[in-house]
Design a protein around this ligand. Structure first.
Ligand code: EPU
Length: 428
């Protein structure tokens, strides 16, 4: 067990480079199953969720070679198994993508109900609706395993009742080799959906409309090998932008696609922060007091739910009363209790949190409940007066590559320490 110990109150200065996008990587790596050739994937982030996905693929029989820290060569031509081992699946939400990929390849798949961050109920009814529309039967078999099989997959028209990233990805994976035309209406439009479509098209798929509400997939018989580089992680970029603003620093975030950052950029400007866009960078500077601001999370291109906890730290420090309306997840406010321990004044009612800005946060012993809650606590610790100890940092490692090295390079004091005894946070 390890924790982060942060000496807060130091503005961040300098440059930081963003890694490849987690939520693109965890879709693209399972998608390699659909290829008959070797896929060379570049700009893969070195994070726990990717390791879990790679391990599952390896256990299924894929031949995986590490070319360098961020490049893998994946050959899935030897995979014969369509049953995904249970132990890793429960840890990671994106393991659900093995359903679509294996179904697309073998017309059958058997996968456990996926795990992942706990934000309340995380249904997969829209994924199942899509598989069934393509002609598959879906049933729950023993030990929470889901069995999906089809005589033949046939293109179909699917209207998603909720905008779902996961369902959009899974239906694309299942439909890419189905016979005929599949149309996904009310599809998710996130950058990682477009990245997955571009990856599949580079293997010979015929997908149009990714990034809009309507995605059209004309099934092809085979998919070949390819070389593909994953887009930069918009949420990691947003996290460093918020950290710069929270500490009153001046940071240039490199290797970004500024268009993907429009929602966070707009909110930072509303909060009184300077943001200057370059071609593939953004510079974030704050000199004055943060100003109140209201945020409602929405599917892309709205404000991303995954930046809600980090940006909450800014609202906790802003002048006046600010509101967050979390409209994507049922319960994403578990970080609030920890922020309160640091002096934040926040009231939560259902999906709404009301922040009364305070002048300073103060260091405390706190615990991560999930990945982005963990990022929020790191930012709070960097901005706070005094020392913050953050436990359960394995949640942070699921999605942020080298976070302490990147923050240290910006002048932060953040150390990883082994936890020996029950901490103050547990004892209280
Ligand atoms: N939903 C349904 N039925 C479904 C699927 C989803 O009702 O069949 C609901 C969910 O309950 C939720 C909403 O639809 O209220 C959106 O869920 P979505 O399916 O879009 O989420 P996801 O695919 O499970 C991905 C990201 C999350 C991110 C959400 C929303 C991955 C691996 N995960 O989850 O990322 O919060 O989209 O943008 O791509 C993170 O990176 O920290 C993270 C949690």
């Amino acid at each position: 067990m390890e924790k982060f110990v942060i000496q807060g109150g130091r503005p961040l200065y300098g440059s930081v480079s963003v890694s490849g996008a987690k939520n693109a990587a965890v879709a693209i790596i399972p998608a390699c199953i659909l290829s008959d050739g070797v896929c060379r994937i570049e700009n893969i982030p070195n994070i726990l969720d990717v390791s879990s996905i790679v391990r599952i693929l390896h256990q299924l029989g894929a031949d995986i070679r590490m070319i360098n820290k961020s490049t893998l060569e994946i050959d899935c031509s030897n995979i014969r198994d369509y049953v995904v081992p249970d132990d890793l699946v429960r840890k990671i939400r994106a393991s659900a993508y093995f359903m679509g990929a294996l179904l697309g390849k073998f017309s059958k798949a058997r996968v456990s109900m996926p795990g992942g961050c706990d934000f309340g109920v995380r249904p997969i009814d829209q994924h199942i609706k899509g598989f069934e529309a393509l002609g598959a039967s879906v049933s729950l078999v023993r030990h929470g395993m889901i069995d999906i099989h089809a005589e033949k997959l046939t293109g179909s028209q699917i209207y998603l009742d909720v905008v779902s990233v996961g369902a959009t990805v899974n239906i694309m994976l299942a439909a890419v080799k189905a016979e005929g035309l599949t149309v996904i209406e009310n599809a998710a439009k996130e950058p990682h959906i477009v990245d997955l479509a571009n990856f599949l098209n580079s293997m010979g798929a015929d997908i149009m409309g990714a990034g809009t509400d309507v995605i059209k997939i004309r099934g092809v018989k085979t998919l070949k090998g390819t070389t593909y580089s994953i887009i930069p992680d918009q949420i990691e970029a947003g996290t460093y932008m918020v950290a710069a603003a929270a500490t009153g620093g001046d940071v240039t975030v490199h290797n970004v696609i500024p268009k993907h950052l429009e929602a966070i950029t707009a909110k930072l400007i509303e909060l009184g922060v300077d943001v200057a866009e370059g071609d593939d960078s953004v510079r974030v500077r704050r000199t004055g007091q943060l100003q109140k601001c209201n945020i409602k999370t929405m599917p892309h291109p709205g404000f991303p739910t995954d930046l809600h906890p980090p940006v909450a730290v800014l609202l906790a420090l802003a002048n006046g009363t600010s509101i967050i309306n979390e409209s994507v997840w049922e319960n994403r406010f578990r970080y609030v209790e920890e922020l309160r321990r640091m002096g934040a004044q926040v009231q939560v009612d259902g999906k709404i949190a009301v922040f009364e800005g305070v002048k300073n946060l103060t260091g405390a012993c706190v615990k991560c409940s999930d990945l982005r809650a963990g990022a929020a606590l790191v930012i709070a610790g960097l901005a706070a007066v005094g020392t913050t100890e953050i436990e359960d940092i394995q949640h942070i490692e699921r999605g942020y590559e080298d976070i302490e090295a990147k923050l240290e390079s910006l002048g932060a004091s953040i150390k990883r320490v082994r936890v020996k005894e029950p901490s103050m946070a547990k004892a209280l």
